[in-house]
Write a protein that binds this ligand. Sequence first.
Ligand code: F0G
Length: 464
Amino acid sequence: MSQETAKSAQKATDRGAQRCILPGCRGAFDLRERIYVCPRCGGPLEIECNLDAAGKAAALREKWTARAASLEPRDRSGVWRFREVLPFEDSEPVVTLFEGNTPVYDAPRCAEYAGLLTLRLKHQGCNPTGSFKDTGMTVAVTQAVRLGARTAVCASTGNTAASLAAYSARAGLQCAILVPQGQITAAKLAQSMDYGAVICEIDGNFDDCMRLIQELGDDPSIYIANSINPFRIEGQKTVAYELMQQCSWRVPDHLVVPGGNMGNSSAFGKGFDEMLRLGLIDRLPKLSVIQASGSAPLAHLFASLDQSKPMDGSHLPDRIVPVADPHTLATAIKIGVPVSWQKALRAVLKSRGQIITVEEREIADAKAMIGRDGIGCEPASATTVAGIRKLVASGHIQPKESVIAVLTGHVLKDPDYVSHYHRGTLAQSWGDELHRPIIGALRNAPERVPATKKAILGRLQSRR
Ligand code: F0G
């Protein structure tokens, strides 16, 4: 251990430390060091919270239930309500938009579609900026303020950018977002414009933006808010706590999430792992991650693993083969080099879940089916229901098992996609065919109807 690292390790405070996840290193660093990867070996960092100081399970449950009825700003936030497991002192000011507190819905039509008796959807699109990113951003921007950063930056397919722009505006911080030019939805870009961010449209894809972000991280005025930053994951892990509270601490058999840069899956893995150690739950749900088939580096890696060996997540492959030119109409997850792949893979293996792909048509129909349950979401979120359908068909999920899918973004994040699907004009324009139409099974285009009562009633009758 270098002298510098030893000093850092000593500085780890009562609230915890930043620790390298790689078994050969495990370097520990102070919570106030502005680092994003291990300074010693370049490995991914995670926050090691001092769980012993958090309190006993029964007391925590009671405290968290009481806070749900409180009017104190930190209690009203669905993230800071769980502050016993966050790496901040109680006295530190927080930057919040009252994120979290998102609903869990029963989705009977989706359940039937997927071949299940029941299915629940945790809708993270009901956050202040319309995506799950807010639960991580409240913590990342709080940390940026704590460190005295001048500018918060991120690379994004749109949602991280909108969220960072909003939280930076709340904190009075400058915000810069790097987005792939022409590849993010108009609605997401509009949000970042409104929140006053400096918007850098990059001539490249998301992975190019992410590479630039890592270069920018050296500048002392900059604070990186992508999920490579372990403080983001701390906020997002509280979604697992909130979900279990909503389920009266009864663990579902399966939890299914979409996969892009793999921050979300890493965060759920960490949250459930901690709850198990705290005695709040008695087992882990099987965590499965679904990728769009044209942007699926981790699913490819997962499929190549030797399934005959015991896979508990303690031995991870050293590298992932990037997808050089990723494609999907679910632009949120159009990512070829996921930064948090190791953490996500570890969580999936430990819980005995799966990482699989779904096709564009499957995503599109699943999205419309979620709509038929009265619940909108953006395309990336619908990979979950499409994936669950495949996992039921393959026998990984049994029809009677309890399953929760996480919807990550609001339906209005990508209204063009919705409209094209229902009008029959959605098309993928890559691969062997240049313009391959996706003719959805649940199309529902507007119809022209004469301006008479008779015509309207006639139309309703024909569709009953
Ligand atoms: N769903 C939505 C709606 C997203 O915006 C993202 C990621 C994901 C799923 C995948 O989550 O990256 O944690 O595996 N969006 C990022 C962004 C990349 O920049 O907004 P992940």
